[in-house]
Design a binder for this molecule. Structure first.
Ligand SMILES: [Zn+2]
Length: 282
């Protein structure tokens, strides 16, 4: 086995600023129009367009970036300027992708969305307001100010999510923005200069009024709306009575395994993974 295929087995997606392989008709293109991903209908399934398909459409592309390689195929992303109303082409909302096209394409489309948003938000320098340009580098993805040299890199905003148990029960809360009867683990954005663990304690105390202990790292998941990263934890109840803040959380409670099973709807979110962890281990 050569070195290249070793890498592909270990890391199926290799991020890269410039193409790792010679660009060709088989390159994948993650193209967006109005924040929706372009897919092609092939018989009864949807597939990601390759360069050959994109080229045939003869549309104008902008904000083009190279993402890296997926199992040895270059991946690019960009936006489509023109309206495309061609039979066999569909534009899909990012949040609908996991159920329609699976986790792999969702994950890569998420990366593409993050890069495209980063480019859009940093057209001008945050210090002097002058135009930025893409740094010419093989190793560093950056935008540099044409006037003062200020440099920005793709950013990720961390948020935490925590499954809190009390004996054989799990704490679930309903966010004001959720539809009726949809409950989840407690979550919130990390404040400046805060550790993840401090954030977990603060969010839980602010939103549901209880103190927790034994905070343990569970896993993480990119959440590209537009550039978050969910960091999952488990924790145990320490003290206090549930008292929701009424602002973000309108109801919270301790739920038994049977109750959680009835409420649970499978999705690819880390919230689902945390709930599955509870169901398996309690
Ligand atoms: Zn500047």
């Amino acid at each position: 086995m050569n070195k290249e295929s070793n890498i592909r087995n270990y890391i199926p997606f290799e991020p890269s600023v410039k193409p790792l392989y010679k660009e060709n008709d088989k390159d994948y293109w993650y193209l967006f129009k109005d924040n929706k991903l372009m897919m092609l209908k092939e018989e009864d399934k949807l597939i990601l367009p390759r360069w050959k398909d994109v080229n045939e459409l003869n549309v104008s592309l902008y904000n083009i970036q190279h993402m890296g390689a997926d199992c040895g195929c270059n991946c690019h992303c960009g936006e489509i300027e023109d309206d495309v109303e061609v039979y066999g082409i569909e534009f899909l909302d990012l949040k609908a992708l996991p159920e329609i096209v699976g986790e792999k394409i969702y994950s890569l489309a998420s990366k593409a969305n993050l890069l495209l948003n980063w480019l859009k938000l940093n057209r001008c320098c945050g210090i002097c307001g002058s135009a930025t340009y893409k740094k010419d580098s093989y190793t560093e993805r950056a935008l540099v100010c044409s006037n003062c040299g200020n440099t920005t890199w793709p950013r990720t905003s961390p948020a935490v999510i925590v499954a809190i148990t009390k004996g054989d029960k799990l704490l679930l809360a309903r966010n004001k923005q959720f539809p009726n009867r949809v409950y989840s683990c407690v979550a919130g954005f990390v404040e400046y200069g805060e550790t993840f663990e401090e954030c977990v304690k603060r969010e839980v105390y602010e939103e549901v009024g209880i103190k927790i202990k034994n905070i343990k790292y569970f896993g993480s998941q990119p959440w590209p709306f537009p550039n978050s990263m969910m960091i999952g934890f488990t924790a145990e109840y320490l003290e206090g009575d549930i008292k929701v803040d009424g602002e973000e959380i309108v109801h919270a409670g301790w739920f038994s395994k049977d109750e959680v099973e009835k409420m649970y709807r499978e999705s690819i979110s880390i919230n689902s993974e945390l709930i599955e962890w509870f169901l398996k281990n309690h």
